[in-house]
Design a protein around this ligand. Structure first.
Ligand code: PLP
Length: 462
């Protein structure tokens, strides 16, 4: 105990460390509070180590630890990561990667003032929605459009406007939970709508909707089941049947499309996602969808459809609380503009590019990544066939053919390698499958192969 006490008393104080020349020099210009916190944390750690092991680190080592800690604390908390998982719309990793045009638009608008709510022609107050409404209408064929913070908010706003204190009829097969925090029944109760569920989990017929209609019915709601599919012995009414029923009873038909593709994905072999234009053409009154799923833009909820309903939706007080900011408007406008030339969008929108890339092209990228990773005593690297996922709740049963780079290390488990790659700067997020580290080049952006190679060097050094 005496020895421990003695070692503890030899530890420098916070002030002494602050005044040490290397630390002083390296931390010049950094917030003092951050430096002091880092020093305190390291000293605390070392005190614990002394009590456990009777070892006092050399002063140079101590200094290095303090500097490393300061560097770590000074890194932004929200940072870029490298997505080696092959999940294109990875909700935990920020969903859609923005196009260059969208990023440029955000930068332009954020760096100075903008005409966000200013009509340059008239020199008076304008609407933030005016910048995008016409473009959305142009590419979807919608009579009117509006944008809010995200699709969950869009559904909430639409239901609050159209069916407050009224019943919304929904199929039992569509009462889904999306990503843990969006549950159709809960959103409905928040909006003040009364959920009227009809049919069974696997089978719902149009007659189920019809027999549920009464004088308090406000809306017929169709929800995209996004992240799961009911397969086998199933039935759901067609849009046409729902629209006909809505007309018969003068009830609006609303569809929460979730992902909301602007462009048909059939060309790249992905079937089963209706486009927004298709839903409107089939007579749905109001469609809602996300900005950062298949559309490939910023987080947003887009509402399109009937002009009168949209007028009411825009005027609802809730709309103000969930309105989009200028950076969203900027990114969304630039993203939507890419769709004005539908075929051009495949080359401009990163999400579409990633979904479209052929397995053959990905194999070439897998090979160049393998070349960059140094094989040797420690690493064994192979390329195998595999599958990527669209993600983001779109196309849940669809997988895309890909090639995976499989990395095995003789001195480290897959889990440990994954941990260490995650601690790199920028962090590299990979997939573990069959107890092996796998990287899917589909979701790597330009130049990221080199960063992975550098990260792997660091991982192997320790
Ligand atoms: C993703 C999704 C939502 C939620 O959209 P956010 O933009 O994440 O708020 C709601 N409904 C469906 C059907 C979805 O797929």
């Amino acid at each position: 105990m005496k020895k421990k006490q003695e070692l503890l008393s030899q530890l420098p104080s916070v002030n002494e460390l602050l005044q040490q020349s290397t630390i002083e020099k390296e931390t010049n210009g950094l917030p003092r509070r951050l430096v002091i916190e880092a020093i305190r944390e390291v000293l605390d750690q070392i005190r614990g180590e002394i009590l456990a092991t009777d070892i006092l680190p050399e002063s140079a080592a101590l200094e290095q630890r303090v500097l490393a800690r300061i560097k770590d604390k000074n890194k932004p908390n929200l940072s870029r990561v490298i997505n080696g998982t092959g999940v294109v719309l990875h909700t935990n990793l920020g969903r859609a990667v923005l196009s260059k045009a969208a990023v440029d638009a955000v930068t332009r608008v954020a760096q100075g003032y903008s005409n966000l709510e200013y009509d340059l022609m008239e020199g008076e107050r304008g609407s933030r929605y005016s910048h995008i409404e016409e473009i959305i209408c142009g590419i979807t064929g919608a009579p009117a459009a509006m944008v809010v913070n995200n699709n969950a908010a869009a559904v909430l706003l639409v239901l609050s406007t159209v069916a407050k204190d009224k019943e919304a009829i929904v199929s039992r097969g569509e009462l889904v939970e999306i990503g843990g925090s969006f549950r159709v029944p809960e959103v409905m109760s928040q909006s003040g709508t009364i959920l009227k569920e009809v049919g069974a989990t696997n089978k719902t017929y149009i007659k189920d909707y019809e027999s549920a209609i009464n004088e308090n019915t406000g809306v017929l709601l169709k929800v995209h089941t996004s992240n799961y599919r009911v397969v086998g012995f199933t039935h759901e009414p067609s849009r046409d049947e729902l629209v006909t029923l809505g007309k018969k009873y003068q009830l609006p038909v609303i569809e929460d499309l979730g992902s909301g593709s602007i462009i048909s994905l059939e060309k790249i072999g992905l079937n089963g996602e209706p486009t927004v234009a298709q839903c409107l053409k089939e007579g749905i009154d109001v469609v809602t969808f996300s900005g950062d799923k298949l559309l490939g833009g910023p987080q947003a909820g887009i509402i399109v459809g009937n002009k009168d309903l949209l007028e009411r939706i825009k005027r609802h007080p809730l709309a103000r609380a969930i309105r989009v900011d200028k950076m969203t408007v900027a990114a969304l406008e630039a993203t939507l503009r890419a769709y004005m030339d539908l075929e051009g969008a495949w080359g401009e929108i990163p999400t579409l590019k990633m979904l479209k890339e052929s397995a053959d092209d990905i194999k070439l990228r897998a090979e160049s990544l393998r070349m960059l990773l140094v094989q040797g005593k420690q690493l064994e690297i192979n390329i195998v066939k595999g599958k990527s996922k669209p993600g983001g709740g779109s196309l849940p049963t669809t997988e895309l053919d890909t090639w995976l780079v499989v990395i095995e290390c003789h001195s480290m488990s897959a889990a440990e390698m994954a941990d260490r790659l995650r601690q790199c700067d920028p962090p590299v997020i990979i997939r573990i499958q069959d107890d092996k580290v796998m990287i899917d080049p589909r979701t790597l952006q330009a130049g990221e192969e080199k960063i992975i190679a550098k990260a792997m060097d660091e991982v192997l050094v320790g």
